[in-house]
Design a protein around this ligand. Sequence first.
Ligand SMILES: [Zn+2]
Length: 201
Amino acid sequence: MLCSSLDQLTDAVEVAAAIDRYFDLAAEKLGYRRDEPVEVWLDPEWSRHATTFERCIVLNPSGRRIEVVDWILAHELVHWHADGTPLQRHLPHVIYEGLAERVAVDLVPRWEDDRRSLYERLIGLARERGELSALIVRAGMDKYEWVSLPSDDGLYELYALGFTLVDRIGVDALRDAAERGPVTLGAVLEMAGVAADGTGL
Ligand SMILES: [Zn+2]
């Protein structure tokens, strides 16, 4: 654990406890495991809640973020174990993010109602505004576009779409598909029974 000041010690203890709590569970639910010890950097300037890189997880512990740290780390640990696997290499990035959210719901059940209602609301609002097909087009973005996306630029709608599609398909079926080779967004939509204009969502 890397901290930038002693004030972060309490946060560091919480983060370490959450890593212990979810590390094995995330691997079990995902079906892939990476045994290297997780290095976490606490960075109050980080622009997202957290980001998982190949060798470390960078987490912003400021403000409300530390209250949802178990949720954030459950999501990031899915990325940790999935790094380099067919799930990361073969799924559209937005679907890979939806997968991390979907598995995190299993790991931290007390957040399930909160996440489901948020994502249902966001999909409902996009439908009302006639924006579902535009949202689906945006979900074709790659990892590099995703990491540079500001959090107020439809980021949560994309999580909502990814989560909803993964929830329909199921983690096991999605993993089987990814193990067979690259999976296009069109194939994901078909597996979920959703048309390109959002019908069926
Ligand atoms: Zn993520």
